[in-house]
Ligand binder design. Structure first.
Ligand code: ATP
Ligand code: MG
Length: 438
């Protein structure tokens, strides 16, 4: 089929999909030196995932390398970018320094290939969260046209690699409105510690280079000479026997998921596992095609190491909301535990009078019972404590951890007598032990 397609755009577009050097030189100088370096191997594997998104019907999303300065994060991004293109000053890599509108255009330009976004620190904290959803969900904002009609929003399907000294969650917390990262954002951009823990930043195997610094400089030099060929070689093989190749990719993905399945883990963990499985499968497929000069199983092993690093960084395999529940309540008590609670009598019986204190902007009551300090919240105040999370879910998590009193009906709300209220009121009672919880 020889169909000629001419794309006419309103403005001249920068074409990052350039080629230079050779596939052989790229394999010898870039891919071979990535071997044994899990973060780089994952980045290269991710580089081949774009064309598999649509045939495998999997969702797009991002992989974010987080870590201190000069440990090789950008090096990983430019290496993966060299699969698709390069040239110019920054090679194939784009930056987070953009508005969400600008990033829509950039994402659409990288549909089904790879998008590399360097330095998450540079995006406006207010936009970071929205952008995380936007890039992964594949749709821009719907805008009104000149006549007020709805214009078609830009659409794309993209996998992106990102880097930065902080995580998306930390970026969003910079916003003065103190936005929390939502669990949905966390599964869309998976956060991987860039430092591989071998004392050499992102590297684990130096391949005879005298220092990690020298290896990093080698990578940057090598990808400035050789780029663009690996994606072409991969795509040629992929379309040659397309159906069988896609089946093979699906099979590899499934195998990775089965090998790394964690029994009892939350659904969010399985979803992220699928994201790592996609990268692992793309890497194995690229090595089966002879594009990556590695041996069978290498891409799986690298993806597994990074998946474990993700679980470590996340703090376990429970749902993110459950993990955050305790932290949110604890943060509230750390900040306001001594200023916004009215001291009431505890062991002495019914508290019908307050001890002479003045509390401004009261959030609840505090009392001592059975040698324990307890915080008592009325339902409306409890919503404030939960800061936008589901108050019922937060309460259930605290009950599970024996940090909240349960009523005789097993529910987290208990009836309490409080000063100034004639009838017993439904309250949440939180033990001060929460401040010592790990
Ligand atoms: N693992 C490493 N150990 C020591 N030096 C390194 C390492 N990786 C990179 N460098 C040095 O740091 C320079 C910058 O590398 P790179 O751009 O990859 O770092 P980065 O992690 O992105 O840093 P930044 O956060 O400042 O952007 C390299 O040219 C190299 O000299
Ligand atoms: Mg950098």
């Amino acid at each position: 089929m020889n169909e000629r397609v001419i794309f006419q755009s309103a403005v001249p577009l920068d074409n990052p999909y350039r080629c230079a050097g050779s596939l052989k030189a790229w394999q010898d100088e870039v891919a071979a030196n990535a071997l044994g370096n899990s973060r780089l191997m994952l980045a290269l594997s991710v580089g081949f995932t774009g064309p598999l998104l649509q045939p495998l019907s999997v969702e797009g999303g991002g992989y974010h390398y987080r870590g201190g300065s000069s440990i090789g994060k950008t090096t990983a991004l430019v290496s993966a970018g060299s699969i698709w293109g390069g040239g110019g000053i920054n090679g194939y890599v784009d930056t987070w320094r953009a508005t969400s509108n600008g990033l829509e255009g950039v994402a659409a330009l990288h549909c089904d290939t790879l998008l590399c976004l360097d330095e998450i620190g540079q995006i406006d904290a207010r936009e970071a969260g929205q952008v995380a959803y936007m890039l992964s969900n594949g749709q821009g904002k719907t805008r009104a046209g000149r006549g007020g009609e709805a214009r078609k929003a830009a659409e794309w399907r993209v996998v992106f690699l990102s880097s930065g000294e902080i995580s998306l969650a930390q970026k969003m917390a910079e916003d003065s409105r103190n936005r929390r990262v939502m669990a949905g954002q966390e599964v869309r951009i998976v956060d991987i510690a860039a430092d591989a823990g071998a004392g050499m930043g992102i590297f684990e195997d130096l391949h005879g280079f005298e220092s990690p610094d020298a290896l990093a400089r080698h990578f940057k030099a090598a990808v400035s000479r050789n780029y663009g060929h690996p994606s072409i070689a991969f795509l040629k093989k992929l379309v040659d026997g397309r159906v069988a190749n896609i089946d093979r990719a699906a099979e590899l993905m499934k195998a990775f998921q089965e090998q790394n399945h964690i029994a009892g883990a939350d659904g969010q963990v399985s979803r992220v596992l699928a994201r790592f499985a996609l990268a692992a499968a793309a890497g194995e497929l690229a090595l089966e095609f002879g594009v990556l000069p590695w041996k069978s199983g290498d891409a799986f092993a690298a993806a597994k190491t990074c998946f474990e690093a993700w679980i470590d960084g996340r703090g376990g395999t429970e749902a993110a909301e459950d993990r955050d529940a305790v932290a949110t309540v604890r943060r509230f008590l750390e900040a306001h535990g001594s200023s916004r609670f009215e001291l009431i009598l505890g062991d002495q019986g019914v508290a019908d009078q307050t001890i002479d204190t003045r509390v401004v902007n009261r959030a609840g009551f505090v009392r001592h019972r059975n040698d324990q300090r307890e915080y008592v919240f009325l339902p409306e105040a409890w919503k404030e404590v939960c800061a936008g999370m589901d108050p019922g879910r937060v309460a259930r998590v605290l009950v599970q951890r024996s940090l909240m009193e349960v009523g005789s009906d097993g529910k987290p709300q208990t009836k309490q007598r409080l000063p100034g209220i004639n009838k017993p009121a439904r309250c949440y009672v939180v033990s001060a032990n929460i401040l010592a919880e790990d």
